[in-house]
Ligand binder design. Structure first.
Ligand code: SAH
Ligand code: SF4
Length: 376
């Protein structure tokens, strides 16, 4: 896809800001945009900074609680705006402590987000699209059509909801419950670059939520023309869903490979502006029994990645109802990992989290879609 067609694709599937009871949601507006809204309402520009702090530092949603704004200012704001969050349809908590939420946006469409607590940190896996542009054969989201892209506000609200749940507003503690963001939920983020970038910039803003670029990872199936821009503009960590070492197999698993084959993808990784030995690119490799898990695959993987500052994440395959593959067995995964390790690559075997609530990688698909399928 050319840059132009990527743009028209984004325009076709991205809604204009959704109104809530006829009012605009302030979440997702930058400081400059808040200033311009204040101007339109005939309010002083410094009100924007005050609003910003209430919204993005304190998580306040009720204008009445914004105590440094005068009564008439609060009334004016409440007449035109809301500070909104998605409607939480369900919350599921895994035996391992992971939590998954099904969230409805203002138009009723639903997405999933997953919080994964770890000993000294916690990650949130956010979605970038409702459904996905791609149809990877091993992925549950891929069986869902692309309903639409999420806008910046909707991406950001996933993070803000989790901060609400964790009570992590105000003074930021040293050991944060929500320390990392992974853009690895539903959707292909680089097919929805602008809104993702806007949300990421708001998440990184040091005067606001302030989660740094080193703590944010974007996972892509390989939208080559957008990779450089992501590194230059955002400087966040990159994860590549590689999963196969030959174009023949990767075409089958990830149809997008026909457009952007392995060589082009790896060249974009070599050129990734934010990568270095200190900040490696993660290559995700899902272990599919008898498909991509043999010693020859491991050997070729090592050869392909030569010269790229890389770590390899081996993912046991997470099955879903009707899925066409099986996960490789533990011994095979271990052997593959040992080979890659011996070649000098860190290759943690990722223990799947939240499997019991279908919250693991590749299992996200909104419940409403599942229900519709059943009815059909
Ligand atoms: N669309 C992006 C990000 C979302 S998918 C991408 O493809 O990279 C997040 C990760 O989960 C990707 O590495 C994806 O390949 C992997 N994945 C998808 N389905 C899976 C499954 N059933 N089991 C394990 N990993 C899966
Ligand atoms: Fe989309 Fe990623 Fe799933 Fe492929 S693996 S269908 S790109 S979400």
């Amino acid at each position: 896809m050319s840059d132009e067609s990527l743009k028209s694709h984004a325009a076709r599937f991205t809604p204009t800001p959704l109104l809530i009871d006829g009012k605009r949601n302030l979440i997702g507006l930058t400081l400059a945009e808040l200033k311009s809204e204040m101007e339109t309402l005939g309010l002083e520009p410094f009100r924007a900074k005050q609003l910003w702090a209430w919204i993005y530092c304190h998580g306040v949603r009720d204008f009445e609680k914004m105590t440094n704004l005068g009564k008439s200012v609060r009334a004016k704001l409440a007449k035109h705006f809301v500070v909104w969050r998605p409607t939480i349809k369900t919350e599921q908590i895994s035996v391992d402590g992971s939590r998954k939420w099904l969230m409805a946006m203002a138009d009723g469409h639903e997405i999933e987000a997953v919080y994964i607590p770890e000993e000294d940190r916690g990650s949130l896996c956010v979605s970038s699209q409702i459904g996905c542009t791609n149809k990877c054969s091993f992925c549950h989201t891929g069986t869902m059509r692309l309903v639409r892209n999420l806008n910046a506000s909707e991406i950001l609200m996933q993070v803000m909801h989790v901060k609400d749940v964790l009570g992590e507003w105000g003074t930021i503690p040293k050991a944060r419950l929500l320390s990392n963001i992974v853009i690895m939920g539903m959707g292909e983020p680089l097919f929805n670059y602008e809104p993702v970038a806007k949300a990421v910039k708001l998440i990184m803003d040091e005067e606001g939520i302030s989660i740094g670029r080193r703590k944010i990872t974007l996972s892509t199936s390989g939208v080559v023309p957008m990779i450089k821009r992501c590194g230059e503009e955002l400087g966040i960590n990159l994860a590549i869903s590689l999963h196969a070492v030959t174009n023949e197999l990767r075409n089958e698993l990830i149809p997008l490979n026909k457009k952007y084959p392995i060589e082009e993808l790896l060249q974009a990784c070599r050129d990734y502006p934010a990568a270095s030995n200190a900040r490696r690119i993660t290559f995700e490799y899902v272990m599919l029994k008898g498909i991509n898990d043999g010693p020859a695959d491991a050997k070729e993987l090592v050869r392909l990645l030569r010269g790229i500052p890389a770590k390899i994440n081996l993912l046991p395959y997470n099955p879903w109802p009707g899925s066409p593959y099986e996960s490789s067995d533990d011994a095979t995964i271990q052997k593959f990992g040992d080979y890659v390790n011996a070649a000098g690559y860190a290759s943690p075997i990722r223990t799947p989290r939240g499997r019991d609530i279908m919250a693991a990688c590749g299992q996200l698909k909104s419940a409403s879609q599942k229900e519709k399928k059943k009815e059909e």
